[in-house]
Design a protein around this ligand. Structure first.
Ligand code: CTP
Ligand code: CA
Length: 225
């Protein structure tokens, strides 16, 4: 059936999932964004719901439909995503699959910026966005039992994932190789390395829906331990 089961390995558990990009305004018509379709995060939210979890999906701007059986909170910016994520706590599980923009403009313009005819572009002053995963992974009293992050990397994928695990206070990092030849963005297939503090599994190339099913299974098994 398409609806969430009444009983499942995650029934009685709550989950927060972030998905999609964030948009950081430059002026009323322009923004800075990351590439993200939201397909992977949305599929994870749906898979956790199918196992019986009560899921809140905090989504940046995406064009894909809301998954069945989850509560969806729509946001635009990283700061809004942080606020909506904190509002979804306490939760047993957090899966941070959003592609959060690392920087926003220090001061978004209220009016559209116009070319001044000089041929010289404006300088954009940037400031760093809050790290939502690190905020939740290191939260003094609302840290979920299981915190899962993602890492889109090129090069030394597992090495960078280990660094992120520690820095962000996560239990697991799902690391995928986003070198252009692998075609993850907007595509349906994903080759993922599941990296823990002293473990690493490389999964076969799977569809994003299959990755979500498998990850939901790992999460259910961990919480059952
Ligand atoms: N993340 C987050 N908030 C941010 C940046 C990242 O919650 N401001 C989360 C992402 O959702 C992901 C994980 O952190 O789960 C790793 O994101 P990534 O962009 O790979 O990490 P960064 O710390 O931003 O490092 P990098 O310089 O490699 O972009
Ligand atoms: Ca980043």
């Amino acid at each position: 059936p398409l609806s969430a089961p009444l009983a499942g390995p995650l029934s009685g558990k709550t989950a927060l999932v972030t998905s999609g990009p964030t948009h950081e305004p430059i002026d009323p018509v322009r923004y800075i964004a990351n590439r993200s379709s939201g397909k992977q995060g949305h599929a994870i939210a749906a898979a956790l719901a199918r196992l019986g979890a009560n899921v809140t999906l905090v989504s940046g701007p995406v064009t894909i439909p809301d998954p069945a059986g989850v509560t969806v909170v729509r946001v635009e910016t990283a700061r809004e995503m942080l606020a909506a994520s904190l509002a979804a706590l306490p939760a047993d599980i957090a899966v941070m699959a959003a592609a959060v923009a690392d920087w926003r403009t220090a001061d978004a313009a209220d009016a559209k910026m116009k070319k001044d005819g000089s041929g010289r572009p404006p300088a954009l002053a940037l400031t760093e966005n809050p790290d939502i995963l690190a905020t939740i992974g290191h939260h003094p009293d609302l840290r979920p039992t299981l915190v899962v992050g993602f890492a889109a990397e090129t090069g030394n994928v597992a090495g960078y994932a280990r660094d992120k695990l520690a820095r962000k206070g996560a239990d697991l990092i799902c690391a995928n190789d986003v070198s252009p030849e692998h075609g993850v963005f907007g595509g349906d297939a994903n080759t993922l390395h599941l990296v823990g503090p002293d473990s690493m599994e490389t999964w076969p190339t799977l569809s994003k829906v299959e990755v979500a099913e498998r990850l939901a299974g790992v999460i259910a098994a961990r919480l059952g331990e």
